[in-house]
Design a binder for this molecule. Structure first.
Ligand SMILES: C[S@@+](CC[C@H](N)C(=O)[O-])C[C@H]1O[C@@H](n2cnc3c(N)ncnc32)[C@H](O)[C@@H]1O
Length: 328
């Protein structure tokens, strides 16, 4: 038995919290999760805000060993392609362990961070089949993609489900930076009466987005290629706007305010320093809203995943209404 930091959550939020902690790499797998009648106590390796009540408890040491945890380094698995973290020194050793798993066929190592307008990264081939295209399955959908030409991360899978859970059948949804479609396709598939407009500027991402709409037999999606500012002009009645461009999303806030229905929700992603996770971004959103004669009220704010030392990918969901000071 050992004392550890933990997150206390109601039982019905246990599975989604456990998945988020795995994505955040904060779940302490060496200890067994424990429960009371109403709550789960999930052991964590570091304090974390926004996922539940933080505390300490005594935990049993877990006996089981997950074979994937024996991999000697950090990697991301997209379909049957594994991408080893760019900072790992022992890529070949990691590749040899990964290739023992029957579902992993190809190993790359990232040689740059995700960068540039299309948010892609450089990779170098390490071992296995020489291919860059794969099919990734998530939340009951499948996505074809080329890991070298488009942005994609499996680490947002719980986040995409969290956003989809907020949509109602019949809603109008605009995904301003849709990539190969993991938010748009999930929502369109789950709610056949929604109308989803999915925009991306990267022509290759749009090619895969179209292909993925076909693969998942989605009819209620309208795909637009180009700059989100231009492509969303004329929309007036979005119930939800998804803004997943964390480094420069604020530059597009006026466009989002132009298309959101009064009472609609914007899901805004950003990268923040741990010393000011939410306040600075919220103040900037409020300033943009004032300029647009609107008022925003926060619905939820959360850490989505760690991004870099001391930096986190965060999401703020907020409702938009007319400003009481705006007479028009
Ligand atoms: C962080 S990725 C998110 C993709 C997708 N939402 C996902 O979760 O996989 C941001 C996307 O925005 C696209 N993008 C960048 N600038 C853009 C712009 N001005 N207008 C539309 N799309 C843009 C990039 O090509 C990229 O696919």
């Amino acid at each position: 038995m050992i004392e550890s930091l933990c997150i206390k959550v109601p039982r019905n939020a246990g599975e989604s919290t456990r998945k988020s902690l795995i994505e955040l790499r904060l779940l302490d797998n060496n200890l067994k999760i424990k429960s009371s009648q109403d709550y789960l106590f999930i052991p964590v390796s570091k304090p974390i805000e926004g996922l539940g009540e933080l505390g300490t408890e005594i935990f049993e040491i877990s006996g089981h060993e997950n074979p994937m945890l024996a991999v000697p380094g950090a990697y991301e698995l997209i379909g049957d392609i594994a991408i080893i973290d760019q900072h790992e020194k022992n890529a070949l050793e990691i590749a040899n362990v990964l290739l023992k798993h029957k579902n992993i066929k190809t190993i790359f190592q990232a040689t740059s961070a995700v960068s540039g307008e299309y948010r892609t990264r450089e990779v170098s081939f390490i071992k296995g089949e020489t291919k860059t295209q794969t099919i990734y399955r998530e939340n009951g959908c499948k996505y074809l993609l080329d890991i070298t030409q488009v942005y994609f991360t499996p680490r947002l899978s719980t986040e995409r489900m969290r956003i989809a859970d907020q949509v109602k059948n019949g809603d109008n949804v605009v995904d301003m930076f849709a990539g190969i479609g993991p938010f748009s396709i999930l929502i369109a598939k789950r709610y056949p009466d929604t109308h989803v407009i999915a925009v991306d500027k990267n022509p290759v991402a749009v090619k895969y987005l179209r292909e993925n709409a076909r693969l998942n037999k989605i009819k209620n999606i309208e795909i637009r290629e180009g700059d989100a500012r231009d492509e969303v002009k004329g929309i007036l009645d979005a119930d939800h706007v998804i803004m997943n461009l964390p480094h420069s999303g604020l530059e597009f806030m006026d466009s989002a305010f132009g298309i959101i229905k009064r009472g609609g929700t914007i899901h805004f992603y950003a990268i923040s320093h741990e010393d000011d996770l939410f306040e600075g971004v919220t103040a900037e959103i409020e300033a943009c809203a004032r300029k647009a004669g609107l008022q925003v009220s926060p619905l939820d704010r959360r850490i989505v995943r760690p991004y870099a030392p001391y930096q986190y990918n965060i999401c703020i969901d907020f409702r938009v209404s007319s400003s009481p000071y705006n007479k028009s």
